[in-house]
Design a protein around this ligand. Structure first.
Ligand code: URA
Length: 288
């Protein structure tokens, strides 16, 4: 699937249904379904295309192939009219972001930036990097504030998710849905061969045991090492505390993935819209 949305009148990255030409597609699928058309609704293929699923034609093919569900019901009619603000639409079982007012961003947080939208002590915050996307109550967030999903330390760099989808943000940050997050850490070397096993077995910290899902050494040069660690944990300073506890205090920490979303080559301080695929995978990771 391609990146969702276009630069329509509602702003970049957001679905735009204004080109609804109200053409009558009829029942091309040849097969009726029970979904009741929503009065003044938007045609399903237009909602799919505006959400970035693909071209209108591709979306019609998906509908015809029975790969699209609305509120749990497979819809094969091309002309079906739906409410993208309220109905849950899935393609191949993955929910698509159909609401027009919702924004999903990846942000590469630089070091020395506070994970907050404002700071009364004048430190730089996420808002300083968002331009008109970040002004609370205005901009492309459609009048709703953006939330940061979880936190990174002031000195930690890397991937943060920002959204005004409160339910998704809440679930992603909630311990019962903790998605895996991966970090790169600069630590003193050499790293002993059994360190991965120790981290996977669990490290006793003052607020309980912390366990790494994966650990590997990417580089060792002289007295420095670059390691990669993946965990489901969301506790404060968790990576720094775990690695300090095993004798490898972190000098630089960068988060590179959150669940299905990768930092990739996003520049420090830059944002990008999540793709429809990434959003669908985030929904799935938290049972939405
Ligand atoms: N673990 C840390 O120690 N710091 C972060 O910012 C994130 C995870």
């Amino acid at each position: 699937m391609s990146a969702r949305g276009r630069n329509g009148p509602h702003g970049p990255g957001r679905p735009d249904f204004d080109d609804d030409d109200d053409d009558d597609w009829g029942d091309f699928g040849g097969e009726r379904d029970d979904l009741t058309d929503v009065p003044d609704g938007v045609r399903l293929q237009k909602v799919l295309a505006a959400a970035g699923v693909g071209s209108r034609r591709h979306c019609e093919e998906l509908i015809g192939a029975g790969r699209v569900e609305v509120d749990g019901q497979t819809v094969r009619r091309f002309g079906a009219r739906v409410d993208p603000e309220r109905q849950v639409i899935r393609v191949d079982g993955k929910r698509i972001p159909s609401r027009q007012d919702v924004v999903y961003l990846a942000f590469n947080k630089p070091a020395k930036v506070l994970t907050a939208m404002s700071d009364d002590r004048g430190r730089r915050t996420i808002t300083d990097f968002l331009g008109d996307r970040g002004a609370a109550g205005t901009g492309s967030a459609g009048g709703e504030r953006l939330f940061h999903v979880g936190r990174l330390d002031y000195d930690t760099e890397g991937l943060m998710l920002l959204t005004n989808d409160g339910e998704l943000a809440h679930r992603l940050a909630h311990p019962s849905y903790e998605v895996a997050k991966t970090y790169l850490a600069d630590v003193p070397g050499p790293v002993p061969r059994d360190l991965g096993r120790r981290l996977a077995t669990g490290i006793e910290l003052e607020d309980g045991v912390a366990v790494a899902d994966r650990f590997r050494v990417l580089e060792q040069a002289g007295s420095r090492a670059l390691v990669e660690i993946t965990l489901h944990e969301g506790r404060k300073h968790i990576v720094r505390r775990m690695l300090a506890e095993v004798g490898h205090p972190v000098s630089r920490l960068v988060r590179t993935t959150v669940g299905p979303v990768k930092l990739g080559n996003l520049r420090p301080g830059a944002t990008r819209d999540l793709t429809t695929k990434e959003i669908g995978e985030l929904y799935a990771a938290v049972g939405l």
